[in-house]
Design a protein around this ligand. Structure first.
Ligand SMILES: Nc1ncnc2c1ncn2[C@@H]1O[C@H](COP(=O)(O)OP(=O)(O)OP(=O)(O)O)[C@@H](O)[C@H]1O
Ligand SMILES: [Mg+2]
Length: 332
């Protein structure tokens, strides 16, 4: 399996005030495998959008590197960097604010090609129309302004705008979160079709494990800037191997409806990333924390089925085989 993009020990810090900084992403190593959909999940503030921005080279990294097909993004020449912006595109959460209200949608979709200076204007116009057709926006809507479109139509335009450069990697940051459930399903289906048509690799960011689990091949779980678990999607949904993932899973209403087990309530709020807890960052909210969890730093270690977990007690709690439910106190 080839990594199209490889993150190696990536950290992103934002200065806060004069002396302090927020560690929004902390030491993340992750491969984005060609042809796969990688889901990125975690509560608000866990660093998902910051990691996405680091992938696109939009924020400087404090440590580590992002490489694209073997090439360090930070070390790219200006010319390579321009090409890279066409190869890796992003679809944002809010379909309303992502488009320029003064431009007709066709112009907005053409814009990335204008910036890259690709081909003659007529050709760029053609490509924009084709991208709009590919996302299912009928021709009579191509010359409208954003305010004349519905939320779902606007999100289709945003996707067309991301696809018009024919990217190899599409990063979708909460791209369906602002839509109602029926529209979410419609856009998710569309993304699935486009993935095949455009031969895309996708990073799909969401705080909704149901959505992520449904469309991803692999899932990476983030907590307070750190990766806590990675696994194939079906494995993660079936046998999570980190207490945080378990808590996220059991918080899903559909899981509880089945009566499969007690719901694990995530106690307390996410701690401030300005002063993250010592040891395992999840320990103050973890049902299984021991005193060692407050002092020892967990690292991602490989687990069964090709995943990895950053829980100090992983072997004890989840063993080499299936999850031992007696250890979990019947919580699953
Ligand atoms: N430009 C910035 N300056 C300072 N702090 C920032 C900046 N951008 C993000 N942060 C902080 O970094 C942390 C991670 O934020 P990020 O937006 O990456 O989280 P997220 O997982 O995308 O959350 P959400 O689900 O709410 O979108 C948060 O604590 C946030 O306040
Ligand atoms: Mg975000």
């Amino acid at each position: 399996m080839t990594a199209l993009m490889r993150l190696d020990d990536v950290s992103v810090r934002f200065p806060v005030g004069r002396r302090r900084s927020v560690s929004a992403v902390d030491g993340v190593s992750l491969d984005v495998v060609a042809g796969q959909t990688l889901g990125l999940i975690g509560e608000s503030g866990s660093g998902k959008s910051t990691l996405a921005r680091a992938m696109l080279g939009l924020v400087p990294t404090a440590t580590g590197s992002v490489s694209w097909m073997g090439e360090d993004v930070a070390a790219m020449s200006r010319q390579r960097r321009r090409a890279f912006t066409g190869e890796v595109q992003m679809v944002f959460q809010d379909p309303h604010s992502a488009l320029d209200p003064r431009r007709r949608v066709r112009q907005s979709v053409r814009e990335p090609l204008d910036v890259l200076g690709r081909g003659a204007r007529d050709e760029r116009d053609d490509l924009a129309r084709r991208a709009l057709a590919d996302v299912g926006l009928p021709a009579h809507l191509h010359d409208r302004y954003p305010h004349q479109l519905s939320g779902g139509q606007k999100q289709r335009v945003n996707i067309a705008r991301a696809l018009v450069t024919r990217p190899r990697l599409l990063v979708c940051d909460e791209s369906v979160a602002a839509l109602d459930v029926a529209l979410q399903a419609e856009i998710l289906n569309l993304l699935g079709d486009l993935k095949d048509e455009y031969d895309l690799t996708v990073v799909f960011i969401s705080h909704d494990l149901g959505v992520v689990g449904h469309i991803s091949d692999r899932v990476a779980v983030m907590y307070l800037g750190k990766l806590v678990e990675t696994a194939m999607a079906d494995v993660l949904l079936d046998t999570p191997r980190h207490p945080y993932t378990e808590a996220l899973l059991s918080a899903r209403p559909d899981v509880n409806e089945t009566g499969a087990g007690e719901r694990i309530i995530l106690r307390g709020d996410v701690p401030s990333p300005l002063a993250p807890p010592t040891g395992c960052r999840f320990h103050p909210r973890c049902l299984h924390a021991t005193p060692a969890c407050a002092t020892d730093l967990p690292v991602l270690v490989p687990v069964e089925d090709g995943g990895a977990s950053a829980c100090l007690r992983v072997a004890e709690l989840y063993g080499p085989g299936p999850v031992d439910t007696s250890v979990m106190g019947g919580a699953r």
